[in-house]
Design a protein around this ligand. Structure first.
Ligand code: ATP
Length: 258
């Protein structure tokens, strides 16, 4: 059951996508996506490589304009975004404090608060290019937390981290949600995270193949067609051969399983 149901009432979504399609250079990347994010819920987006997960997050933050349909955000909504990758120029030294203060300088206090929330209070004076992968991700998280987001978007935030590193990262995310009460929308390939931590899962493959509670989705034929059944199905995410093309035929399996 989603958190939206648990809190009940007339909960206006923080974000809603209505019949959203995105075409880039004439190619359809996302088609007829309908989805909403409510206060404090954790929504996980799964889907094979190239299925449009990052594009969906980028549409939510307004970095991409839909070709069709709408993205609506609650007025004044504060969104924190942790991108999938961020390349920094190693020839350009920068401390964590400086990085957090881009484009506008912030106080040491504010930087420290965000780093504390991200679980890395000691990194403030370190050089960005000397951080480990896990530390770097924590700094990106701190950056996303600077303005007390109501929604935190995470795009494969644990990519490149080992299992304990990823587990620690997600525990921190849980803590952040408890502290800030923010909603979380994350792209993840990690079965444990998806099954244990999500209120709702969206399975994407150019369109929403299926959605619902983690167990509903794991049992959905559309999901199994993509990832196989059982826990091993998730491994298929890494080796997935697309079972249907992105460029045509999106409509044949569009029903949702809620
Ligand atoms: N700026 C762009 N210009 C052209 N094509 C793009 C652009 N951004 C994304 N695409 C294409 O859109 C499709 C979806 O990409 P996207 O990064 O959203 O997928 P993803 O599900 O996040 O993939 P992955 O799991 O590999 O990160 C891909 O085929 C990609 O090549």
């Amino acid at each position: 059951m989603s958190r939206m149901c648990r809190v009940g009432g007339m909960n206006t979504p923080l974000i809603s996508l209505k019949n959203m399609s995105i075409r880039i250079d004439g190619r359809t990347i996302l088609e007829h996506v309908n989805a909403a994010v409510s206060e404090a819920e954790i929504v996980t987006i799964v889907g094979p490589n190239g299925s449009g997960k990052s594009t969906l997050l980028r549409a939510i933050i307004g970095a991409i304009t839909p070709s069709e349909g709408q993205v609506s955000r609650a007025p004044g909504l504060r969104i924190g975004y942790v991108p999938q990758k961020l390349a920094l120029d190693a020839a350009f030294p920068m401390t964590v404090q400086r990085f957090l203060g881009l484009p506008k300088r912030i106080s040491a206090r504010k930087a420290l608060d965000a780093l504390e929330r991200a679980g890395v209070p000691d990194l403030r004076n370190r050089q960005m290019t000397q951080l480990s992968g896990g530390q770097f991700q924590r700094v990106l998280l701190a950056r996303a937390l600077l303005d007390d987001p109501q929604v935190l978007l995470l795009d494969e935030a644990t990519q490149g981290l080992d299992q304990p590193g990823a587990a620690a990262f997600y525990q921190r995310i849980e803590q952040v949600r408890r502290d800030l009460g923010c909603a979380i929308v994350m792209v993840s390939h990690d079965l444990h995270v998806v099954m244990a931590a999500s209120d709702r899962v969206l399975c994407l493959n150019g369109h929403i193949c299926c959605e619902g509670s983690p167990h509903t989705v794991a049992d959905a034929p559309e999901y199994r067609a993509l990832f196989g059944s059982g826990t091993k199905g998730m491994m298929a995410l890494y080796q997935h051969q697309h079972s249907h093309s992105h460029d045509h035929d999106h409509h044949h399996d569009q029903e949702t399983t809620n």
